[in-house]
Ligand binder design. Structure first.
Ligand code: MF3
Ligand code: CO
Length: 253
């Protein structure tokens, strides 16, 4: 069941996602050679406390941290670890969410650690652009799969592949609400997009094959072929004036 939000609720979600964006921007600046992924999680915990909000991920189905850190061939849901040290040339996906006044915010970006290969930089650019294309397709009167198709078209035109096993989602008083938002599919299908619909759109894009596998930790998803992967995510609301990116512009994306 899709839960449509009032303007007031969308305002709260905008404030919530603003906090998410500020913390993500700070974490992106911390992602430097020599830093561990657990260092980033600690930093995120500290900023959550200072902001007076609650983490969205910690404890969700037993997830142990406030942040997901997915390095290189890791696609999503990498668990921060003191043994995972960032090195020059890595790319790292930072996926983060908080709860403010009962509403969830959720966003992700992938950033370079120092200087990265042209391939890595191009992958991040195309993935971010595909999110932008998806957001632009999120218009009242359209259909849900218009978003999916816009993402997929851009990714595949760039020569990359879209992960199928994970999808975007509705968001509100829960992290995951209906509907699911795949990053692939033909346009013109699924629910009609209406004012008040709030969605987290989150393309996961691989250089090689789209297949992923889950590590024995039960969370970390990696590409099966070992190729690089990138992930960008924003929460949006559909309004009469078009898609509204909740939390506004985010530094670095
Ligand atoms: N952005 C991811 C999602 O929407 C983050 C979930 S991580 C989890 O699914 F730990 F909370 F599951
Ligand atoms: Co999400």
């Amino acid at each position: 069941m899709i839960i449509y939000k009032t303007r007031r609720e969308i305002e709260t979600m905008d404030r919530c996602n603003r906090v998410v964006g500020q913390i993500l921007a700070a974490l992106a600046r911390e992602a430097r050679p020599g830093v561990t992924t657990l260092d980033l999680d600690r930093k995120a915990e500290e900023m959550i406390r200072e902001a007076g909000v609650k983490p969205a991920f910690k404890g969700y189905r037993g997830y142990p941290c406030v942040l997901c850190t997915s390095v290189n061939e890791e696609v999503v849901h990498g668990i921060p670890s003191p043994r995972k040290v960032l090195r020059e040339g890595d790319i790292i996906g930072l996926d983060f969410g908080v709860v403010l006044d009962g509403y969830f915010g959720d966003a992700a970006l992938t950033v370079p650690v120092g200087r990265v290969s042209r391939e890595a930089a191009d992958l991040m650019r195309v993935t971010q652009e595909s999110l932008q294309r998806g957001i632009e397709a999120a218009r009242a009167g359209g259909r849900l799969s218009d978003i999916s198709a816009a993402v997929q078209r851009h990714v595949e035109a760039g020569g990359y592949s879209v992960v199928r096993e994970f999808v975007g989602h509705g968001i509100g008083t829960s992290l995951h609400e209906d509907p699911q938002v795949p990053n692939y599919g033909a346009p013109g299908a699924g629910p009609v997009l209406k004012e008040g619909l709030t969605l987290a759109i989150e393309p996961m894009v691989n250089v090689g094959d789209p297949a992923v596998r889950i590590h024995p930790d039960g969370w970390t998803a990696s590409t099966v072929d070992g190729s690089l992967s990138a992930h960008f995510e924003r929460s949006i609301a559909i309004t009469e004036n078009g898609p509204l990116v909740l939390g506004g512009a985010l530094e670095g994306m």
